[in-house]
Design a binder for this molecule. Sequence first.
Ligand code: ADP
Ligand code: MG
Length: 349
Amino acid sequence: MTFRMIRPVRGVFASVVLTLALAALAGCSFQEEPRIWELSGPVFGTRYHINVVLTEDPDRLENLGQGIVEVLAQVDASMSTWRSDSELSTFNRAPNQQAWHPISADLHTVLAASRQISEFSGGAFDITVGPVVNLWGFGPEARPETVPEPEVLAQRLAQIGYRNIELQEAPPALRTRRSQYLDLSAIAKGYGVDAVARYLTEQGISAFLVEIGGEVRVQGRKPGGDAWRLAIEEPVSERRMINRIVALERHGMATSGDYRNYYEANGKRFSHTIDPLTGQPISHNLASVTVIAENCMLADGIATAFNVMGYQKARELAVRENIAAYFIIRGEGGFESHFTPAFSAYLVE
Ligand code: ADP
Ligand code: MG
């Protein structure tokens, strides 16, 4: 559904397919040399693409493929708001949210990181914003024909806020001060990427690239010693074009932008990302922001936070906190790119 933004540079896949085809032609079914193998499938309403560096071993690949599906199913069963039986949906429905509810370690990790990003961004990132998102028609509820009434918006805004969430670390548990609808859509994909990366590391894979719907994490190097290369897309919805290429050896990278998922009403473009301070879909000249961080969960959440904050405020914060961020702005003469000093280390040129 929302397959977008950053994809591994196409040439990588093309050359993998070609190498494999040549190997098959030559009749050499078992190769000692490590190669890149791609595993892909549907997940979270989008797709995952995983590259692992391995010497040929069909059984091992098969096992890894199954393991990855299980890891992703577990994250989905915990954090999806599209599934009514997930851990999160069950909590969202609970009539007694004010009592402590035991939660999984996975869910605790993501809720704790969400809290940090909310505080760090001055409330721009807020996982309680779901009821306001739904009011604008981007959640599981139907899309509205018109923009919501200001009174209805104000009423919902008064009921939300990340400060209503309370977490307990050991044993992991969750409660709210007043009932909330928690939505991890802006960070769960990144966590899913990290969960797969952790699994691959546990399985002894030292070089891989994991991507889910544009959010990426890499480890190690490609066969031959090159770093993984990732494309930052030009923020246009009609076609896919590359704006910039980065090279990574570890870390997670995520992009948040208004160019894939939006709708128009009264001639105005509305994004599916909401500013929790105003209740309005964000509407500014920042077309996309890409963040590189220690892990993909943080990159994903911070990218969303920056997208809400807009270029000026986000850049200030990113520079002050030494965060690697790449901004694409809609300027008068077309797109303009700006990046923080910490980002320059990753740029290829
Ligand atoms: P995408 O889903 O396109 O990768 P994001 O990672 O930026 O984009 O997440 C957008 C989703 O996050 C929205 O669909 C919505 O469910 C939720 N959301 C919207 N506004 C906020 C916000 N201010 N803070 C946290 N989550 C938000
Ligand atoms: Mg995000």
